[in-house]
Write a protein that binds this ligand. Sequence first.
Ligand SMILES: Nc1ncnc2c1ncn2[C@@H]1O[C@H](COP(=O)(O)OP(=O)(O)O)[C@@H](O)[C@H]1O
Ligand SMILES: [Mg+2]
Length: 213
Amino acid sequence: MIYTIGGIKGGSGKSTVATTLTVLLANSGRDVLFVDADDQGTATDFTHWRGETLNSTGFTAIKLSNTAVRTEVLKLKSKYDDIVIDTGGRDTASQRAAMTVADVYIVPFIPRSFDMWTLEQVSKLIEDMKLANPDLRCFAILNKTDSKGSDNNDAKEIILENGSFEYLDSPLGYRKAYANAAAQGLAVTEIKPRDPKAIAEVEQMLQQILSIK
Ligand SMILES: Nc1ncnc2c1ncn2[C@@H]1O[C@H](COP(=O)(O)OP(=O)(O)O)[C@@H](O)[C@H]1O
Ligand SMILES: [Mg+2]
């Protein structure tokens, strides 16, 4: 499967979802290509830190931009079980190119009203890209959630009402473990001390994503 992690807002958790998905797929024995399609290079930094922490990263990583995201991924896709593409925080040519080749598009949202304004813009982007890739499946995932209050349910309802997204039912809480793990090039499943809640929610995310047909 080809997964593009995107959206048009920085800091929503695209790279966190992309790196976590890449590591969990690789650790389950799949041959994964991780594509950094963000000029800021967060995915490339992550892979570099991972190499320093573990010696071997467990997946292949490349950096691509603009139309090369499409042409290179098309060339490489038969060589891998999965390709995960991390994109930048704006509506870029690279993100659009990634959406033309993806099977699945995953957009993290932080469930606070300000962030939800971007929902409308992302759904316009999806509408555009479905002209080129009508089979693209689009999912929203909540990130940096607060276990208290009704924010999550409110956000879920607004997302589903919008009509462009399916809902990935595995919200990721706001937890230090995510930032601590990323700084070492690791997923939350790989760090000590263990954060059982973070581990449970990323495993749930993986199961939800693997169940996409
Ligand atoms: N669920 C979370 N809990 C705590 N910190 C998070 C969480 N998700 C992301 N972060 C942190 O927030 C920052 C932005 O996340 P990142 O995944 O890089 O976003 P994006 O790629 O969308 O810009 C990073 O420092 C990251 O470690
Ligand atoms: Mg990023």
